[in-house]
Design a protein around this ligand. Structure first.
Ligand code: FES
Ligand code: FES
Length: 229
């Protein structure tokens, strides 16, 4: 693509945008020009998290892909040249299968109207992905390196008008290395009184290695072969 053209990817789909009003936000673009409408306009000023997406950017100094969340309502489209955006649809969907984050949000009844859910899922996903990069010891199989308090903090910037947060916190905490299964509230996975082993076996399985961002590796390859830019 020419120098005057923005190039980026959304959920693995390549977009080339030759001309754009420089005030266009990533949120406006996603909602008006793509089929990825899980991102929502809540406050429009960075306060609610309904528009949160994962941004993957190749760091040319450290030579690795960095993953972090942004409020797409505050992110100018012109600032994401060469980046890869992942929305909740990219994490999982009805066609390719849902991500364990989606499955656990559903099972813990952490989604009511659903308006806040995609942003919540992306915030949690980013925290899970970045926890794997830390030096903390590997958690037991099926769990993240995140602690319960880190898992709760992961969604500190996301507001929900419906659930009262308890079920959302339960869904997030279910991934944490130090979670106490007795602490997790009502859900559709197990019955009250079920033993710990039963509870564990009923939780939609999570493996940090299998449930990474599908587009991160791709971004790295593209940079190496300069296909994206
Ligand atoms: Fe509220 Fe973006 S819409 S943070
Ligand atoms: Fe309705 Fe969170 S489920 S805003």
């Amino acid at each position: 693509a020419g120098d005057d053209c923005l190039v980026f990817k959304v959920n693995g789909e390549r977009f080339e945008v030759p001309e754009i009003d420089p005030s266009t936000t990533l949120l406006e673009f996603l909602r008006s020009k793509t089929r990825f409408k899980s991102v929502k306009l809540g406050c429009g000023e960075g306060g609610c998290g309904a528009c949160v997406v994962l941004l993957s950017k190749y760091d040319t100094v450290n030579k690795e892909v960095e993953n972090f969340t942004v409020s797409s309502c505050l992110t100018l489209l012109c600032s994401i040249n060469g980046c890869s955006v992942t929305t909740s649809e990219g994490l999982g969907n009805s066609k390719d299968g849902f991500h364990p984050i989606h499955q656990r949000f559903a099972g813990f009844h952490a989604s009511q109207c659903g308006f806040c859910t995609p942003g919540m899922c992306m915030s949690l996903f980013s925290a899970l992905a970045n926890a794997e990069k830390t030096n903390q010891p590997q958690a037991s199989p099926g769990f993240s390196k995140l602690t319960v308090s880190e898992a709760e903090k992961a969604i500190a910037g996301n507001l929900c008008r419906c659930t009262g947060y308890r079920p959302i916190a339960d869904a997030c905490k279910s991934f944490a290395a130090d979670v106490d299964m007795e602490d997790l509230g009502i859900n559709s996975f197990w019955n009250k009184g079920d033993k710990k082993e039963i509870r564990l076996s009923r939780l939609p399985s999570y493996n940090p290695k299998d449930h990474t961002c599908p587009y991160t590796e791709e971004l790295e390859d593209e940079y190496k072969s300069t296909r994206l830019l």
